[in-house]
Design a protein. Structure first.
Length: 109
C-alpha cells in the first residue's frame, strides 16, 4: 500500500480547527477553517525557518515538512510536527525555548 492511502479520508485530529460538539472553534465555515490552518502554518514556519525547514499545506488534509536540501516528510497533524522536525533536522527543536522566542520577538519588533 502506498503512503497516500493513509492520508485520504483520515480522521480529524484535535489540533485541526474543525467544529465539534462542545468545542469552541473560531469560525465554523470551511473558509474560516482553511484561513486558521494557513495562519498556524505561517506561525510554525517562523520557528522552522530558524532550523532551515519549511512547512506547507497539502490539500487541507496533511502537512509537508521540507529541508533546504529537499528532504521531505508528510505529517498527518500538527502534533507530529516537532518530533519530525527534530528528526529531519538532526537536532533538538523546542518551539518554546526562550532564545527562539526572543529571536522571534526581535524580528517582529
Amino acid at each position: 500500500m502506498c503512503a497516500l492511502c493513509g492520508v485520504i479520508g483520515g480522521n480529524d485530529h484535535w489540533t485541526d480547527p474543525v467544529a465539534r460538539d462542545g468545542v469552541y472553534v473560531r469560525g465554523g465555515s470551511p473558509s474560516d477553517r482553511r484561513r486558521e490552518r494557513t495562519r498556524r502554518i505561517s506561525e510554525a514556519n517562523q520557528i522552522l525557518r530558524l532550523f532551515a525547514l519549511t512547512l506547507d499545506d497539502w490539500q487541507g488534509s496533511a502537512y509537508v515538512l521540507r529541508t533546504l536540501t529537499g528532504k521531505t516528510e508528510i505529517i498527518d497533524n500538527l502534533a507530529a510536527l516537532w518530533p519530525m522536525a527534530e528528526r529531519i533536522a538532526g537536532r533538538p527543536i523546542d518551539p518554546l525555548d526562550s532564545s527562539i522566542l526572543e529571536r522571534l520577538e526581535q524580528a517582529d519588533g
